[in-house]
Each structure stands twice: as structure tokens, then as C-alpha cells.
Design a protein. Structure first.
Length: 299
């Protein structure tokens, strides 16, 4: 009898322990489910959140000097509010005489909480009043927004338009240089004439100027869609060449990539464009030196 009581006691205790463990497991599962649901809701709210485009407070645009000369710098600043998806910001200036555009990239200053940049004025910079033509912002989604100078931009269809005169400054006592850069087409070459998925083709060419090259780009025609592919060139001080890379990815088009045209601009906004369609006969022969073939890309 005593043995039977002990046996039934053990069974009862075991049953209670199973219930407790099952309850704990169920509670844990419920908590995990609720946590997952909360996470899903949070993620949904985040993905559904409408990202705000950067907002430029155009009234804060300022040039720290109203008059500058060769050897001096003028600081440009403006307040831009945005969320975490801000990518870059620029101010475009129209030069004083030729009315060429100069792109100035703005960088965020943690101390002043403003976006700032310096424009260096050399003895060969254009004299006259440099006017802020527009302010451009770009976010990480590649969404762009321009604010145009309502005083200088005559096309009223370009909006929004605001008075950007507070960013103007005047360059005095300089001897402007108006010669465009020289693109030496005979030096154009690529690191390989055929490429496959994952390859990076180096494109190089010699471009010279009396001052310095502000920007240079080479434009390729895609083999299938005939659209343009832009390659930015930067100066390599070791090779004394302007260089850029064409990276073959799974979205690249198979076939022959041909150079369409090349653009170069110096620090004084003097620019030159060479095209494969017309121009100097010797230069036209050299365009093929920049061409290459992308092998068939398997999906």
C-alpha cells in the first residue's frame, strides 16, 4: 500500500512539473511571437516612412567676403536640414565675364551646423561679380532638388526660385585666363580591350591646362540601348594622366562600348569637348583606342 502511495505521488509530481514546463514554454512562445509582431510593425513603419527631401534655408546662404582678389579664399555657407539620407550638396556659381558655371561641393561643419566650402581665387580667375546660380541637394535615393536664383535664371519654368544674391561676391584685380584645357587624344588608352563580369577597365588620357583641371569626364555609348555611360576622370600624380574605371557588373550591356565624347574643364571654368562625330581628323582616329568589348554576361 505504501509503495502504491509513493508511486502515485511521483506520478502526480511529474504531471505537475510537465504542466509547469509546458506553461513556461507557452509563455516563452507567446512572448517571442509578440516580440516578432512588434518588430514587424516597427519595420513596416520604418519602410513606410516617407523620407523627407533635404530642405535648403536659402535665406542663410552667405559669402563671407563681398570682394576678393588673387590668392584669397571666399567661404560659402548655407543651412540645410535633412534626415539621415542626405548624400551631397552643391552650389553652382556663374563666373563674372564668360558666365561659365563652376560647381562647388559643400561639406557639413559640425561646429557651425552649416554646409560650407571655400572658393580659391587665383590671379587668373575671372574678374567681375560671381553669382550663385542654384543650390543642388542629392539624397541617398538619388533624388535631387534644385533651388534656382530668381534674379539671374531667366527660365521661369525652373522652380523653386528664390533670391540667392546673398551668396554673390566680386573678384577684382586679376588677369583672367580663358584658354581651355588641352586633351591629347593620342594618349587615350584602356587597360584591356575585352572584359567580362567583375572586370574594371582603366581608362587613361593626358589632359593639361595652364591652371588645373577642375573636372574631366569620358562618355561611352552602351552597345545595346545606345544610352550614355559617364566615367569620371581624376588626376594620377604618379602617371601624370587623368584616369577612370569602367566596372562591368551584372547590369552592364554586352557588346562594344565606344567612346562618344570627352569633356574637360579647368579651374577658371574654361571647357573643351571632343566628340567622335566631328573634329580634327587626327583626333577622330584616336577615339577607337578607348573602345572595348564586354563579353556576354550570363544571367
Amino acid at each position: 500500500m505504501r509503495k502504491n502511495l509513493i508511486k502515485w505521488g511521483i506520478l502526480l509530481l511529474s504531471f505537475v512539473m510537465v504542466l509547469c514546463c509546458t506553461g513556461c514554454a507557452n509563455n516563452s512562445a507567446i512572448l517571442q511571437t509578440k516580440a516578432a509582431e512588434k518588430k514587424d510593425v516597427t519595420n513596416a513603419q520604418t519602410s513606410n516612412r516617407k523620407l523627407q527631401k533635404p530642405v535648403v534655408d536659402y535665406a542663410t546662404l552667405k559669402a563671407d567676403k563681398t570682394e576678393v582678389t588673387g590668392g584669397e579664399k571666399v567661404k560659402i555657407s548655407v543651412k540645410i536640414t535633412h534626415d539621415a539620407d542626405m548624400e551631397s550638396a552643391y552650389v553652382y556659381y556663374m563666373s563674372g565675364i564668360t558666365r561659365n558655371l563652376k560647381m562647388v561641393e559643400l561639406k557639413y561643419n559640425e561646429k557651425t551646423k552649416l554646409y560650407e566650402s571655400y572658393i580659391e581665387i587665383s590671379n587668373s580667375s575671372e574678374s567681375g561679380t560671381w553669382k550663385a546660380e542654384s543650390i543642388l541637394t542629392v539624397d541617398s535615393k538619388d533624388r535631387t532638388r534644385n533651388i534656382y536664383n530668381s534674379v539671374t535664371v531667366s527660365d521661369i519654368t525652373l522652380k523653386p526660385r528664390e533670391d540667392l544674391l546673398s551668396g554673390d561676391f566680386t573678384v577684382v584685380n586679376t588677369t583672367p585666363e580663358y584658354n581651355p584645357p588641352t586633351i591629347e587624344m593620342s594618349t587615350l588608352k584602356v587597360s584591356q580591350k575585352t572584359a567580362k563580369l567583375g572586370d574594371k577597365i582603366k581608362i587613361s588620357i593626358k589632359i593639361t591646362d595652364e591652371t588645373a583641371i577642375q573636372r574631366a569626364m569620358i562618355f561611352y555609348t552602351k552597345p545595346e540601348t545606345q544610352q550614355c555611360k559617364t566615367i569620371k576622370l581624376t588626376y594620377n600624380k604618379d602617371t601624370k594622366m587623368m584616369e577612370g574605371y569602367y566596372e562591368v557588373t551584372d547590369t552592364s550591356e554586352s557588346g562594344e562600348c565606344k567612346v562618344n565624347y570627352i569633356i574637360a574643364q579647368d579651374n577658371n571654368c574654361n571647357s573643351v569637348t571632343l566628340t567622335s562625330v566631328w573634329g580634327n581628323e587626327e583626333d577622330l582616329k584616336c577615339f577607337v583606342n578607348g573602345d572595348f568589348v564586354v563579353e556576354e554576361i550570363e544571367e
